[in-house]
Design a protein around this ligand. Structure first.
Ligand code: PEP
Ligand code: MG
Length: 587
């Protein structure tokens, strides 16, 4: 081994928390970079298509084998199922065959062309989750391409020593083969936080950093590396000093995690005896298990739009009902807040090519879309009301910006109930109905909206975007995206006052609710429930347990006197700094 290598630090995206230290294992799946184009004569076209079909079948068989070998309780089996469905998808499979036929070209070339067109469509999307769905298409296409050209494949399951995987990218199928006794963590050059590979890493609970870009170029097999999944950094050939520092951090983190996990089932009751519900936000039904493990008191936000992506048609009522019912039954008697479709804006559907808008954040998004496409809306409302017969369901309407919209949404809900009655299907209309407060006009009209709902749920991600005129996905203005901006705090105060006057409940499900140092302020405002990324639940519960609500009320008076986000932050630090975990919230 080369002993005079310098310590190198590379920065990526923290995809899964934790720290691991060990030897690098380079996963060098053969990429198929250069594809030649050649002509296929008319007589040979059907042979070429057969060759393509055989490559797809082989990819399918390989994937099926992995699914079958995966333990049943694996929470991410659905991701592999998605890949299985993509293998048969019209957009990929059908269009490749068409291209071979119509352009008389070889299957490799046709597949490459279809994939790059699809990627272009995905790249026009600003939502990071959706953008990363293009990764799924690429990974599935890669597995077909490797079969077409007969490239060598990696066998992660066969690794027989304790290592950290280093790869350009890992497909969900590859990640699923990770043997937790051998693989301590992994890092990749591609991918983002919302990539399926990241989701799997979180469900396996191993540290992972993705999107490093230069890991494959900078690391050699057997190099000693440190993966810090909390901060998203990787250190190659660390110095003795760094090694000692990270060994300590690793121990601290593991102790912290053990305590927090042990404590996660303890209710979030403040020092002065007030109990709060700490809920989780989910995007996929499979996340409910993690949510329960982290001690979630229910689902405060089920973002249902993810079932509408990556497919040529809208899901039907029965399919939606089955999915909701599964979640509701697992969670029962804990509440499940099902938010109706919040598409467009930054989450455009792949099957809606007619929906291009110059200003999508201000366009036909969420409830506006649903009111314009009543059949899509009614299908979903019926599915929700049917699932409500199986447990504790609340419904939540996104992006309400006028009184008219909440009235219309309620009217359609009644209509859905009536049609179910007529069809003789079991349902439950006696559920709580809520409006998301995430547009400034809804803040101002909160009093009239309150008369038409049982609760408010504040979506700070959009409320900040629309109030401070900050595109939530634009990194150029990310530094201005300040939940503690006094304008936001005054709006929250107004909504909280209205909720109290009107005697309805007030929840928060935007990211602001999952940040420990915001909690004193949110309790002071009188939030009844907070909902967040499931992994932060134990942390937030712990912060709540160390606060006195009465103190937070007088603290709020001080906060309301501040004129900048920075001053408010300093005030929080001075008053409560000691209770936040330095380990996670410094740096
Ligand atoms: C929000 O806007 O704060 C919210 C929770 O909804 P989403 O992030 O899905 O827009
Ligand atoms: Mg929102």
């Amino acid at each position: 081994m080369d002993t005079d290598r310098q310590e190198i630090i590379i920065k990526g995206i923290n995809a899964s928390p934790g720290i691991c230290i060990g030897k690098a294992y380079l996963v060098d799946s053969e990429g198929v970079e250069v594809i030649e184009k050649y002509r296929i004569e008319a007589n040979d076209l059907s042979k070429e298509i057969k060759r393509f079909k055989a490559a797809v079948k082989k990819a399918k068989d390989e994937l099926r084998k992995i699914v079958e070998q995966s333990p049943e309780e694996l929470q991410h089996a659905h991701i592999l199922e998605t890949h299985m469905a993509l293998l048969k998808d019209k957009m990929l499979y059908g269009r490749t065959i068409e291209t071979v036929k119509h352009e008389s070209v070889n299957a490799e070339w046709a597949l490459k062309k279809v994939v790059s067109n699809l990627i272009e469509v995905f790249q026009t999307m600003t939502d990071p989750y959706l953008k990363e769905r293009s990764t799924d298409v690429v990974q599935v296409a890669d597995s077909i391409m490797q079969n077409l050209v007969g490239a060598k494949k990696v066998n992660i399951a066969a690794i027989d020593k304790r290592v950290i995987l280093v790869a350009r990218d890992l497909s969900p199928a590859e990640t699923s083969q990770i043997n937790l006794e051998r693989v301590m963590g992994f890092i990749t050059d591609h991918g983002g936080k919302a990539s399926h590979t990241g989701i799997i890493a979180r469900s396996l609970e191993i540290p992972a950093v993705v999107g490093l870009q230069t890991a494959m170029a900078s690391i050699r097999s057997d190099d000693l590396i440190i993966v810090d999944g909390n901060r998203g950094t990787v250190i190659i050939e660390p110095t003795e000093e760094t090694l000692v520092k990270y060994e300590e951090r690793k121990i601290d983190y593991e102790e912290y995690k053990a305590v927090i996990t042990r404590e996660s089932k303890i209710p979030a009751e403040s020092e002065d005896g007030i109990r709060f519900a700490v809920m989780g936000n989910i995007e996929l039904p499979e996340e409910v298990f993690a949510l329960l493990n982290y001690g979630g008191d229910g689902i405060g936000l089920y973002r249902t739009e993810f079932q509408y992506f990556n497919r040529p048609e809208f899901p039907g009522e029965d399919e939606l009902f089955d999915k909701y019912k599964d979640v509701v039954e697992v969670m029962d008697p804990k509440p499940v807040t099902i938010r109706t479709l919040d598409i467009n804006g930054d989450k455009a559907l792949t099957n809606q090519f007619d929906s291009e808008e110059t200003n999508p954040a201000l366009g036909l998004r969420a409830i506006r879309y649903c009111l314009k496409k009543p059949q899509v809306f009614i299908d979903q409302l019926r599915a929700i009301l049917r699932a409500a017969a199986f447990g504790n369901v609340r419904i939540l309407f996104p992006m309400i910006s006028t009184y008219f919209e909440i009235c219309e949404a309620n009217r359609m809900l009644d209509e859905a109930a009536k049609s179910l009655e007529k069809d003789g299907l079991p349902y439950n209309r006696d559920i709580e109905v809520g409006a998301m407060i995430e547009v400034p006009s809804a803040v101002i009209m909160a009093d009239v909206i309150a008369d038409n709902v049982d609760y408010f749920s504040i979506g700070t991600n959009d409320l900040i975007q629309y109030s401070l005129a900050i595109d939530r996905g634009n990194e150029q203005v990310a530094h201005l995206f300040q939940p503690l901006d006094p304008a936001i705090i005054r709006m929250l105060k107004h909504v909280a006052d209205v909720a109290r006057e009107k005697d309805i409940k007030i929840f928060m499900c935007g990211e602001m609710a999952g940040t420990p140092h915001h909690i004193p302020l949110l309790l002071g405002l009188g939030m009844d429930e907070l909902s967040m990324n499931p992994q932060t639940i134990p942390d937030i519960k712990r912060v709540i347990r160390s606060l006195k609500v009465e103190d937070t009320r007088s603290f709020l008076e001080e906060v309301l006197k501040q004129t900048t986000a920075r001053d408010t932050f300093e005030l929080i630090k001075d008053a409560y700094g000691g209770i936040f975990s330095e380990q996670l919230y410094s740096e």
